[in-house]
Structure formats: C-alpha cells, structure tokens
Design a protein around this ligand. Sequence first.
Ligand code: ACM
Length: 259
Amino acid sequence: MKIGFAQMLPKLLDLSGNLEKIKALMTSEDYDVLVFPELATTGYVFENIDEVWNVAMSVDELVDFVTSVKRPGLIVIGFAEKYGDKLFNSSVAITPEGDYYLYRKIHLFDREKLWFSPGNLGFTVFDWRGYKFGMMICFDWIFPEAMRTLAVKGADLVLHSANLVLPYCQNAMTTRCLENHVFAITANRIGEERGVKFTGMSQITGVKGDILLRYSPDGEGLGFVEVNLFESRDKRIATLNNIMLDRRPEWYLDLTRGV
Ligand code: ACM
C-alpha cells in the first residue's frame, strides 16, 4: 500500500480556495491512502464563532465535493462540520468508491472549546480493501486511550489529521505506535496564523515505533511510503509476549471511572 500525507498551508477563512488546493493535491499523484491536516478547509485560529459558522460545511457537502473529483485512493480531510445547531472539529475518510466515515474530535484543544462541541461518535474502525482504519484528530494523541481503543478494535492504520502547535506529538507517536503495534499517518499543517505557529514535520510511523518518513517543518507537499499494513496484525514483541493478549483489563478498571 502506498500511504501518505499532504502537508499544507490552509488559508484562514478561505473555504473555496482551500477546497481547490485540496482538489489539486488529491489528484496530483497515485496513492492508496492520503491524509490531509485538521481543519484543512478553513484554517485554525478563529476569533469568534461567526467566523467558524461562515466556513463550516455539513459532511454531505464535503463528501459531494470530493466524490465529484476522480481520485485514486482513500482520502481523509479535516474540516469544520456544521450539524444542526452544533459545530464539530471533524475528519472524514472517503473511499474512491464513495463510501465515507466520519470522526468528530473528542479531546478539544484550548480555544477549540469556545466553538466546537466535543465529539460524540466515539473511536470507531472501518474496513476498506481488507484493512482496518481508525481516525483521530491532533490533540487526541496525548490521551493514550484514544489510539488504544482504535487498536483494541483492530485498526491497522490510524489516520491522524493534525494542526500541531506543541513540540511533543511527532516523537510521542513513536510510542503510541509501538505500544499498539499499529501504523499511523500524522498529517500536519505549516505556517503561522494570528501569531500561532504550526510545527509541520508530518510523519508516517511504523508498528515498531520507527519513523518511516518525517517531512520538513515548513514545506508544503506530499509524502508517501510503501508499507504492508498486515504487519500490524502480529502483536508479538517477545517470544512469550503479545501486547494485546497480555493486557490485563481487569486491573485497568479505574481508567474508565474518571477522576
Ligand atoms: C490541536 O489539537 N490542534 C493542537
């Protein structure tokens, strides 16, 4: 499988310009999986909720836009989703056959809490071409429970759209992937918006925590690697250790009780 990311610089509040850019990128090369950043259609640093409403789309509107364009593989796009009287920070995975899967960011970062409702669809896994895929968005990475849930549900590859501002995620993803034996694509954005700087360095991480590809901190472009996603199904880490079968969930119950 040829899997990759589009590291890009969305223009704040320019929905139609960003959609055109996404369209050009998603048709420019052959691939199986291509992940775009969080809020790739809108930019990130909003000043008030009216700005968000002005650039939000329903998932059907975005899916119609993407499916009107011929593209070679599965794509994932982060967008501001309007749903009734709510806004979500969402990503949607759209197959070339036109099926789609929606994720709404569960762990909102900082001022996102002023505009977006926390995600209400859980961490789910979907099948495509014999493989299993899960989605999360940016700050979800700091909660190990997010990727663990996807891994327990059988994800081979985690599709991780991001707008990273803190310097930790790219290195932390090596542990997330190792402890779950899954692949991940972290598609990040670049540039600065209203004084907030984004870190670039989009990354594809392998099942042993190996960095298969890390992009530059400030360039736009596509990055791809060839992988065998079935490697994620072998959860052995030593002759007598399997990281999924060796879990002892009966001792983890406090985790689900909260604080
Ligand atoms: C983030 O979750 N966009 C930092």
